[in-house]
Design a protein around this ligand. Sequence first.
Ligand SMILES: C[S@@+](CC[C@H](N)C(=O)[O-])C[C@H]1O[C@@H](n2cnc3c(N)ncnc32)[C@H](O)[C@@H]1O
Length: 301
Amino acid sequence: MKELINKLIAAGIDKQEAKKEISILYKELGGNNLSEINKIVLERIKTRTPIQYLLGKAYFMDFEVKVNKKVLIPRPETEILVEETVKKINNCHSQLDWESRQLINKSKNWIPTSVGMTLTALDIGTGSGIIAIALAKLIPSIKITAIDVEKEIIDLAQENAAKNNVSEKINFKVCDLFSKHTEELFKKNKFNLIISNPPYVKNETANQQDDKTIRQPEIEHEPKIALHGSKENKSGLIYYERIIELIIGRGLSRQAPVMLAFEVDPPLVHDLKSLLKKEGLNNFEIIKDYAGLERCLFISL
Ligand SMILES: C[S@@+](CC[C@H](N)C(=O)[O-])C[C@H]1O[C@@H](n2cnc3c(N)ncnc32)[C@H](O)[C@@H]1O
């Protein structure tokens, strides 16, 4: 085991990461399967392909998903986004008295999780489906629409939802955030929660990222559309701008009370705050990640 860890370290892989990867390989493939483990380690060293792609699977919170090079590898920071979102939904619910719950139940338009109340959520850029699947597992009464741009991505997310027994709570759709189709989706549905870990890596800074969650050169193997997006993304903000525009602007009627939950790139937070203030969205909160960096943004409308 030590020898394999040293091989990874010698190839430039961080010591802690090397230890973690070798223990994953032993766990996944079994200690007797040394030839297969060696094969994967060699491939890892030669190509710097992330271990999750080599194994075809990854873990998010406490569950497993299938991954391939069409989707981003789940990040620990996204777990914070989900945990904080669930916390907020639960807090919000526990602060309500019985009467308010009845009113909310009748009006069917707030953030609810008690008996008879269903939270409606939209996961934008679902990728492997991790956010939608985690919410479906953690919130008893939730109906989620999860969108992404390509059929192959949606097929994989759907497979992951089935593997985790939450298919009936998630409606997966191939849908481009920038299309008219999404405008229809927003018009026809009253989402209580809009959650997204959107592509936020600026095009021109792709090769100079100092963000430790975006690993080099492993990042080269991850889909450009997941990192930068389907359109030119010079500012890193175009997805946030589009989502905000869909909710408050361009003639679309303002929705029922909504919480927006975003994962953000810490260097973008300053510009994002300016954007929110410009749009009159002053009711927001920022949550830091394990490294103390501003990572999640919650906006109440
Ligand atoms: C940063 S990844 C997040 C994936 C997953 N939600 C996660 O947290 O691991 C962004 C996702 O947005 C999707 N995406 C990119 N452009 C999009 C668009 N125009 N409309 C919808 N989804 C898009 C990508 O395919 C990718 O799956």
